[in-house]
Design a protein around this ligand. Sequence first.
Ligand code: COA
Length: 324
Amino acid sequence: MKHRTVNIRRMRPDETGLLREFLYQAIYLPAGTEPPPRSVVDLPELRVYTENFGTRAGDFCLVAEVDGQVVGAAWSRIMKDYGHIDNDTPSLALSLLPDCRGQGIGTRLLNCLLALLQNQGYQRASLSVQTENPALRLYQRAGFEIAEPRGSEYLMVRDFTQPVQQEDTNMEIRLAQPQDIDPWMALVEQVRDQFPGLETDKAMEEHRATVLDFIRQSSAICAAEAGQIVGALLFSRENSMLCFLAVDPSCRRQHIARKMVHFMLPFMEEGRDITVTTYREEDPNGAAARAFYKRLGFAEDRLTEEFGSPVQEFVLKRSAANSS
Ligand SMILES: CC(C)(COP(=O)(O)OP(=O)(O)OC[C@H]1O[C@@H](n2cnc3c(N)ncnc32)[C@H](O)[C@@H]1OP(=O)(O)O)[C@@H](O)C(=O)NCCC(=O)NCCS
C-alpha cells in the first residue's frame, strides 16, 4: 500500500470527545477474547483517563491524522491509573485504530509525546502494559524500563534524564528524492509563517520549484519517518551556505536538526566557513534557531536583510574543530 501522509499534531480542545474511542482502542484484547462493550470506558477506573481532559497540569495529547481523520492518540495525565507512580509523573496512554497499526505511527506519536513532556520539564513518565501486549516492545524501544512486574502487567518508567534514543525510531536522515516533494511541502506549510518570503500561494509554488532544483542537485536533506518528512534542510556547496532548515513542530528537541546538519557537513567544501542567515536577536520567532546554531558552534556575524526582513548571518568557522 502506498504510504499516506501522517500528520502528528496537538489535539484541539474541541476534540477531547475522541479520547473515549482511543481509550477503548487502548484496551488490550488477547487473541480470541470477546471485546468488552463500549460502555466499559465509563467505569471509574477508566474514566480517570479522559474526564475533563485538558484542564489539569500534565494533560497533553497528540493525535495522528491521515487524510483529515484522526487515527491515533497518545496522551499523558497525572492520574491514579494503573501506571501511576507519584503525583509529579504523568502516566501515558497510546492507541491507534486497528487498521492503522504496524506502520510506525504509534512509535512516532509516543516519541513526540515523550519529547514534549521532556520539554515541559517532567523528569519521567510512566505507564502500565499487559505483559502479553506486543506494545511492550514499542515501549522498550522508546526507552521505557520495567519498574515493577505486577501480575499480568508491567509498570514501566521512562527516565528523561537519559538521552532520547534516536535509534528507537524508524526515522532516517538522507538526501531527498523528487518523490519526497509532497510531504516536504506539507512540512513547509506547517512552518511557513516563520519564514519571510513564503507568505503567498505564488511564493509557495516558487519555493516548491526551488526545492525540486535542490533535490536534483543532491542538496536537499530530509528526516523521513513513516512516509512523512519531519525535517528539511537545503544547502549550497557552491556558496558554502545552509539555505533552509525546519523541523516538524511536534518533533523538535530530538536532535533531528543537528543530525541533518551533521549529515550535510561532508557535502561541503572542506576548510571553508559555512554561513546561514537567521532571525535577529530581537525577533521572538528566532529563539530556537539562534540557540540551535550557537549550540552547533556557529558565531553571530553581519546584520543584513532578506525579503525585506532584518536578519543576521551566523558563521561556522571550519578551520577549528567545532562539531558537537
Ligand atoms: C531551529 C530548529 C530547526 C531546531 O530543530 P530541532 O530538531 O528542534 O533542534 P535539535 O533538537 O537538533 O537541537 C539541538 C540543540 O540546539 C539547541 N536548541 C534547539 N532548539 C532550542 C530551543 N527551542 N531553545 C533552546 N535551545 C534550543 C539545544 O542546545 C539543542 O540540544 P538539547 O535539546 O540537547 O539541549 C527548529 O526549532 C525549527 O524548525 N524552528 C522553526 C524554523 C526555523 O527557525 N528554522 C531556522 C531558520 S534559519
